[in-house]
Design a protein around this ligand. Structure first.
Ligand SMILES: NC(=O)c1ccc[n+]([C@@H]2O[C@H](COP(=O)([O-])OP(=O)(O)OC[C@H]3O[C@@H](n4cnc5c(N)ncnc54)[C@H](O)[C@@H]3O)[C@@H](O)[C@H]2O)c1
Length: 223
């Protein structure tokens, strides 16, 4: 967890920051000098991470919202911009697997909608909300968390999960294409099965990369 990059003066918004990889992204960025905006649907986890990150003495705000609700997303981004004046980095990390394992013929309508709305629409919502302010500043880094399931298949989750993560890759390519003229990089990472903290590639060194997806799976999926 040693700081590799200097993010002093940067502001990062991380969704799903109350647990797992999102929590680690928030801690890693805060320990590297970044001010932090955290979003999660679970208030207690958010409070715990907020308390733990205090030791890095960065400015922080947290929003207990559902990423699938655009009105709440827009309000959170508005308040974050009011507090920090900018958002440099957006990590669309919030995600769910739904009830697993499940075969396609057994996926309920509501469960399909819940997965797509959280995993895909959530990333769309936050991208939509930050694009205008990022364009105005001609600066931004957006990292969308997909999955090996989005590039291939999922042995553990269902087609709703795989479809949501494949959709993330389409969202990434299209927004990268649209935003390239504004110095905004959009990339995706595709973790395999991860139970250790990790962080990748939201740095100044990434300015020549956009529209890419990075497989983080220890070689278990080779395309
Ligand atoms: N862990 C893995 O093996 C793995 C593999 C591939 C991809 N991923 C992806 O990485 C991301 C993080 O996964 P993780 O393993 O750290 O999971 P996690 O469950 O530990 O963390 C996900 C966080 O997202 C939050 N969240 C869920 N729904 C939300 C909503 N509607 N609004 C706001 N916040 C919400 C949860 O409360 C939780 O804090 C997910 O997008 C996941 O699909 C994980």
């Amino acid at each position: 967890m040693g700081a590799t990059y200097d993010f002093t003066g940067r502001v990062a918004l991380i969704t799903g920051a109350g647990s797992g990889m999102g929590e680690e992204y928030a801690k890693k960025l805060a320990s590297s000098g970044c001010d932090i905006v955290m979003v999660d649907i679970e208030p207690n986890n958010l409070l715990r991470v907020h308390d733990e990150i205090k030791r890095f003495e960065r400015k922080m705000i947290s929003f207990h919202i559902d990423v699938s609700n655009y009105k709440d997303v827009y309000e959170a981004v508005k308040k974050a911009l009011h507090t920090f004046n900018k958002i440099d980095i957006l990590i669309n990390n919030a995600g769910i697997t739904g009830t697993v394992p499940v075969l396609t013929e057994n996926i309920e309508d509501e469960e399909w909608d819940r997965l797509i709305n959280t995993n895909l629409k959530g990333a769309f919502n936050f991208s939509k909300a930050v694009i205008k302010p990022m364009k105005e500043r001609k600066y931004g880094k957006i990292v969308n968390v997909s999955s090996s399931a989005g590039r291939s298949v999922s042995e553990n989750c269902g087609s709703h999960y795989a479809a949501s993560k494949a959709g993330i890759l389409g969202l990434t390519r299209q927004t990268a294409f649209e935003l390239a003229p504004y110095n905004i990089n959009v990339n995706a990472i595709c973790p395999g099965i991860i139970d250790t903290p990790m962080l990748r590639a939201v740095s100044e060194e990434s300015s020549f990369i956009t529209g890419a997806s990075f497989d983080l799976n220890g070689g278990s999926l080779i395309i």
